[in-house]
Design a protein around this ligand. Structure first.
Ligand code: SF4
Length: 363
C-alpha cells in the first residue's frame, strides 16, 4: 500500500502543539477510538496508547474493545492486518503510516512460499509438513498456513506452537525468521546441524539436497530481523567484563550463538516482565530494540538497564509512525475522513483467521 505525503500543515507542526492536539482529538473521540502502541514505538507515541504490548498481546487487546469504531495500530503493517482479521467487521483498523512495514516480513512472499511448497511436494510427502509462520508475516502467508493445517506463532508461544506442529506431522516449515525457528528447535532438544536445514528462496530446493530435506525435522526460511541480528557474542562478553554479575537477556530473534551466550531469552513481554520484577540494584543488559530498552531504563531508575549495542538504531519501520501521522489520522476521523484503513480481503482473512485462532489457543 502506498502512503500519501503528510500534508504540510501537519508535517510542519511543533512537538508541543502536536501532542496537545492529539490529546484533544482523542478526548473528543472518546470510546470511538482505541490506540494500540507496540513496545518498539517511540515515547511520543506510547504516551497516547491505551494499550502497549508486543504483537501477541496487542493481537489479543485489539479484540477486547468491541465498542470502538476505530482501532489505531501504532505498529507495522502485518500487525494491523492481524488486528483486522481478529476484529469484527464493524471495526476499522488504521495504520497511521502505510509505509511502516517490516523488513523481516518482506523476506518471505506468497510466490516464494508457494514455490517452496511445490518443490517440497516433488521430493517428500507434504501432508507430513506443518507450516508455521511467525506473526511477522503478510496475511496471505497466514492464509497459506491456515489452509494447510498449520499455525501462526509469536516469540511468546513459539516453543508451544512448534511442539504442537510436530505432534501433527513430522516436519515443520518455519518462516520467515530462521533465528526464532532455530532457537525454538534447539530449546525443544533438536540439533541445529543435524535436524535443521536452511531454505534460501533464491536457490533450487532452497540450496539443499533432497536427502537433507527428507532427513530434517525443521526447514527454516532464510529470513531475519535486521534489528536483532546486530547483537553479538562480543557485546555480551564486553557487558560481562564491564559489569561482573550482569544478567543478559536477549530476544529469540537474535542468532543462536548470541542466545546461547546470554543468561535468558524471551519475547518482548518476557523481557519487560523480567526488567520490571528484577530486584532493586540489579544490572541487566538487554538485546532488543532500543526504544523499549531506553523506556525500561527510564521506568526502573533503581536498576541499571542498558542495551547490549549502544549504537543500535531503532526499528526504522516502526519509527515511521510519527506523532504527526497519528494527529492526521485522529483529526481526519473527526472530520469524517477515515484514512489508512487496513482491510484484508475475505478470501485471505478466513484461512488466516484459522491460523491466528490456532495461535491464540496454543500457549
Ligand atoms: S524489530 Fe525487526 S521484526 Fe520487528 S518490526 Fe522491526 S524489522 Fe520487523
Amino acid at each position: 500500500m502506498y502512503q500519501t505525503p503528510l500534508p504540510l500543515e501537519y508535517a510542519s507542526l511543533g512537538e508541543d502543539e502536536t501532542r496537545a492536539r492529539i490529546r484533544a482529538a482523542k478526548e473528543r473521540l472518546g470510546e470511538r477510538v482505541v490506540i494500540l502502541g507496540h513496545h518498539y514505538q517511540r515515547d511520543e507515541i506510547i504516551e497516547h496508547a491505551d494499550y502497549r504490548g508486543d504483537s501477541y498481546k496487542l493481537a489479543k487487546d485489539a479484540g477486547a474493545h468491541a465498542q470502538a469504531e476505530f482501532i489505531i495500530f501504532c505498529g507495522v503493517h502485518f500487525m494491523a492486518e492481524s488486528a483486522d482479521i481478529l476484529t469484527p467487521d464493524h471495526q476499522q483498523v488504521i495504520l497511521p503510516n502505510l509505509a511502516a512495514g517490516c523488513s523481516m516480513a518482506d523476506m518471505a512472499n506468497n510466490f516464494q512460499v508457494q514455490s517452496c511448497w511445490k518443490q517440497l511436494q516433488a521430493i517428500t510427502d507434504v501432508s507430513k509438513i506443518i507450516p508455521v509462520t511467525y506473526i511477522n508475516s503478510a496475511a496471505n502467508l497466514k492464509a497459506f498456513v491456515g489452509e494447510r493445517g498449520g499455525t501462526v506463532c509469536t516469540s511468546t508461544n513459539a516453543p508451544a506452537a512448534v511442539r504442537w506442529a510436530l505432534a501433527q506431522g513430522e516436519k515443520v516449515l518455519f518462516f520467515p525468521d530462521q533465528h526464532l525457528g532455530r532457537n525454538t528447535g534447539v530449546r525443544l532438544g533438536y540439533d541445529p546441524l543435524v535436524d535443521m536445514v536452511l531454505w534460501d528462496p533464491f536457490k533450487p530446493l532452497g540450496g539443499n539436497t533432497a536427502e537433507a530435506i527428507q532427513r530434517a525435522n525443521f526447514i527454516l526460511w532464510k529470513g531475519h530481523c535486521s534489528v536483532h541480528k546486530r547483537f553479538t557474542v562480543e557485546q555480551i562478553e564486553k557487558a560481562r567484563r564491564t559489569y561482573p554479575g550482569v544478567r543478559v537477556i536477549v530476544h529469540p530473534e537474535c542468532e543462536l550463538e548470541v542466545v546461547q551466550a546470554s543468561d535468558e531469552n524471551g519475547s518482548t513481554e518476557y523481557i519487560l516482565r523480567q526488567a520490571t520484577e528484577a530486584a532493586s540494584g540489579s544490572v541487566l543488559a538487554i538485546g532488543t530494540e532500543i526504544n523499549l530498552v531506553n523506556r525500561l531504563a527510564k521506568e526502573n531508575p533503581d536498576k541499571t538497564i542498558f542495551c547490549l549495542d549502544p549504537q543500535i538504531c531503532p526499528c526504522s519501520t516502526m519509527y515511521r509512525i510519527h506523532p504527526s501521522f497519528l494527529l492526521w489520522i485522529l483529526e481526519g476521523i473527526e472530520a469524517g475522513e477515515v484514512r489508512n484503513v487496513v482491510r484484508v480481503p475475505d478470501n485471505i482473512a478466513e484461512p488466516a483467521r484459522v491460523a491466528l485462532r490456532q495461535m491464540l489457543k496454543v500457549l
